[in-house]
Design a protein. Structure first.
Length: 149
C-alpha cells in the first residue's frame, strides 16, 4: 500500500514522503495514529501543491532574512551594565539584553534567535560577538560592546 507520511516516522521516512508499506501496518497503525494517509491521486496532487507553496514561502522568508542580515552586519551594539571598580559585571549580560539593544536600533528580533559564542556567560566589560540566526540558512555575527554604566 502506498501512503503519504504526515510526520517523521523512524526507519520509514520523513514528513511528506510517499512510501510503500504493508497493508496491515498502514491500516492498523499509521493511518489510525494520524501518521499517514492513503496516497490517492487527489492526495498526491494536494501534497505537490503544498510542497510548492511551502517552497515559495521558504524562499521569501530566506530573502527577507538575507536583507536583515546585510543591515545587521556593520551595526555596533553597546550594552550598559553595572560594574564594580575592577570591571566585573554584577550578574551577567544575556540574550535578553542583547535583543533589547538590537530592537532599539529598529529591528524585530526575539532573544531565542541570538546565540552567544562565548562558553562562559559575559561577566566582564569588553567586546564580544554573538550569532543571530535569522533563518535556518542565514546566520549573521554581530559585535557588541559591554560598557560600565
Amino acid at each position: 500500500m502506498e501512503i503519504i507520511l504526515l510526520q517523521d516516522v523512524e526507519r520509514l521516512g520523513s514528513k511528506d514522503s510517499i512510501v510503500k508499506v504493508k497493508d496491515g501496518y498502514a491500516q492498523n497503525y499509521l493511518i489510525p495514529q494520524k501518521k499517514a494517509i492513503t496516497a490517492t491521486v487527489t492526495a498526491k496532487k494536494i501534497l505537490a501543491e503544498n510542497i510548492r507553496q511551502r517552497a515559495h514561502k521558504e524562499a521569501k522568508l530566506k530573502e527577507e532574512a538575507t536583507v536583515i542580515a546585510k543591515q545587521l552586519e556593520n551595526k555596533k551594539i553597546t550594552i550598559g551594565a553595572k560594574t564594580s571598580s575592577s570591571g566585573k559585571i554584577f550578574g551577567s549580560v544575556n540574550t535578553i539584553q542583547i535583543a533589547e539593544a538590537i530592537n532599539k536600533k529598529g529591528f524585530e528580533l526575539d532573544r531565542k534567535q541570538i546565540i552567544l559564542t562565548e562558553e562562559d556567560s559575559i561577566k566582564e566589560v569588553g567586546t564580544y560577538t554573538a550569532k543571530i540566526k535569522l533563518h535556518k540558512e542565514v546566520v549573521v555575527e554581530i559585535e557588541f560592546e559591554v560598557v560600565a554604566e
